[in-house]
Design a protein around this ligand. Sequence first.
Ligand code: XMP
Length: 486
Amino acid sequence: MRSEQDDRWLRSELRGHAFDDFLNPPGWGKVKTRKGISLATNFSQHIGLNIPIVSANMDTITRARMAIAMAKEGGIGIIERYLSIEEQCDEIREVKRKESHIILQPHNISKNGTIAQAKELMERNKVGCLVILDESGKLLGLLSHRDVRFARDNDSVANRMKPVERLVTASPDTTLNQAKKLLDKSRLEKLPLVDEGFKLVGLITAKDIENLDRYPLANKDINGRLVVGAAVGAVGDFLERSSELVKAGVDVIVMDIANFQSEPGIEAVRKFRRKFPDTELVVGNVVLPEAVEIYQRFGVNGVKVGLGPGSACTTRYNTNIGVTQAQAIYECARVAKIPVIADGGIKRDGHISLALLLGGDSVMIGGLFASTDETPGLVFRKSTGQSVKSFRGMASREAMHQKLKAEEADDPYEISSRMSPEGIEKEVEARGSVVPIVREMAGHIASMISYIGGRTLIEAQGIFMANPSKYLVKLSEAAKKESFDR
Ligand code: XMP
């Protein structure tokens, strides 16, 4: 723990300074390789992370596909909120259904259904297999993508399904190891679990078992489903939206407005906690320590910190309001008893290291993930041959227009053209999957930990805070050039 003197020194060093103003000298290394280093941390009080990386709740960054990739790598994605309630819940359901130890309620169809209906159901729910049950819930068969691929649309499910006699089934208490052996022996893809009366209780898939080995850091809930968050606002439909998101299985609600150090923020948290006393809640954004103290007293489980560092954000430029991100993270973390998410301003992997050392429990990232395959939106091929995707601030005119459309406002175009935006839209060159980017980030965080002399992220943070003047050096202009200009 730092002394009062170190605390005073750190606050004065960081005031008005940005990530690029500092370098971190190493400590005495303890590990032979970076392999065993743990990056485990917390997103919020009851939601853990295996890597401290979060994808931002921006409409050009996180919907289901990004959230699935993030959770598989050990982080978490927060589904953006400029969608109708139903659309946002669909995104949550898609993530929660992607993987599990046991699928408890697989999508089903009647044996009298048509192949066209089955295909539509598979497509809508993005699943490759349906179960066929009778009226009492007894298993009659399975219908997979392969069974319908070349079938006529008006053919019946009963004709194409694999009947129960040709399936291997197991009892409800089957372990994943036993399931693996059974699937291996039968070379089948699906193992339905049935009770003594042959009623379906759940389904285990070979893919889910395979993924346990392929994604050892995957961030999962107790049922083996990927963990996901969703953003809501602080006025309007936020309570109804939260209620539906909770029903859809969301793990954490992120109440997100531009300035949470505000009366509407307090009012919204009060209302939320009255209605949802036990739902995991993160609020943001804040940069004032007094806001952190207030919200942790109100039973909030995490705070998102940042005002104006975002790569598509023009708040500081347009209003001159903001706190530099290095300062904001430390000022908030020093009083926080709940996890701090350092949100925005990460322009290179080294910034992640500093954000974590200064007390961030995780970092939220927008711009560095922009235009990856997993982001929403179309790829445009320009006349120059470049392929680009759009990336925009959530307070940009374009994003506001989308929000008003989702809210079914009277004239979204007219209303959005009258607003004063605090964000911009840009084109970013398409850059492939986000997965190698995240893995590289995690590798660089592990390297930082080993340089500082830790074996875990938490240990490295402790080493830094115990002796900040050793591990934080302010740079001259020449030193910045030597360090970062390439
Ligand atoms: P990066 O730097 O990773 O930051 O792109 C992502 C964060 O930027 C914030 N954000 C905005 N801030 N106007 C703002 O003032 C905006 O239009 C805007 N859009 C996003 C947000 O906190 C996000 O997580």
